[in-house]
Ligand binder design. Structure first.
Ligand SMILES: [Zn+2]
Length: 269
């Protein structure tokens, strides 16, 4: 699955999940909280692909997300890829093939998703607003890169970085005082999980069962049968899937925000 589809899937899942919570559990969120959660989940849905490293010294290659913050994120991707490869070799069993890069290994597993969600929650709880502003800056950058890929490509990483910093600062200034912000950790975790599901339906597959050994393999790639698996970049992905996800996101957003707007401007005078 390509970057924009991953980001869109994160946004759609967060908005429709929030709508379900509002409807079934009466859990209401302010428009700002909704926007923050959606951006963080969209960014989180790109995070696992930060394991695709490029050429840091030549500022080339890597996944689109790896170029969000220029060479800084390219370098981070390099580190994440090498650590993932290290974990692969440390835990591989006899039937797991040799590999020379760590893409689609550690960052595409459920323990990683849980760790990232928990780690984010811990950071927010321990460092309060300062952790929140850093995480928002990072996640909004990824989300911009994914959701508005053409614009981000044209604007370049400097503009993307500045816009993310501005958006993070605005949120910082408007979020209510120090509290846990558990929704941010949840949004990152959900985003990562949605990413794994997105890769699961493409032909490459992901080792989603790690660390459960299967047939002397720890890193068994799980994928759909090739007949129904989605081809990355195909019309089905770019046109059909993205239209459905956009519709889900927009309709959920309207369903969530419209009642409070109607309340503010009552029509039954
Ligand atoms: Zn991936």
């Amino acid at each position: 699955m390509m970057g924009p589809s991953h980001a869109l899937s994160g946004a759609a899942v967060w908005l429709s999940g929030s709508l379900a919570l509002d409807y079934f559990a009466d859990y209401e969120q302010s428009p700002l909280a909704l926007a923050v959660g959606t951006a963080v989940c969209a960014g989180g849905a790109l995070f696992p692909d930060l394991d695709l490293s490029g050429k840091v010294t030549r500022n080339r290659g890597g996944a689109t997300v790896a170029r969000t913050f220029g060479v800084v994120s390219l370098f981070a991707a390099e580190v994440i890829e090498k650590v993932s490869l290290g974990v692969y070799y440390a835990t591989k069993l006899s039937k797991d093939p040799r590999r020379n890069n760590g893409h689609r290994t550690l960052t595409h597993t459920i323990p990683f998703t849980v760790l990232v969600g928990w780690g984010t929650t811990w950071l927010c709880a321990t460092y309060g607003k300062w952790a929140v502003i850093g995480i928002l800056f990072f996640m909004i950058g990824l989300a911009l890169r994914g959701l508005f890929d053409k614009w981000a490509e044209r604007a370049g990483w400097v503009i993307v970085t500045l816009v993310s910093a501005g958006a993070a600062w605005f949120t910082y200034a408007n979020l209510p005082g120090d509290r846990g912000y558990p929704l941010i950790g949840l949004a990152v975790g959900v985003g990562c999980f949605v990413h794994i599901l997105g890769d699961l339906i493409t032909r490459a597959g992901v080792p989603i069962l790690w660390p459960i050994p299967i047939k002397r393999r720890m890193w068994m790639p799980i994928r759909l049968p090739s007949k129904i698996a989605l081809r990355t970049g195909s019309k089905t992905e770019v046109v059909v899937l993205r239209s459905i996800m956009t519709a889900v996101a927009v309709l959920s957003a309207v369903g969530l925000v419209a009642p409070s707007v109607l309340e503010r401007f009552p029509t039954d005078l």
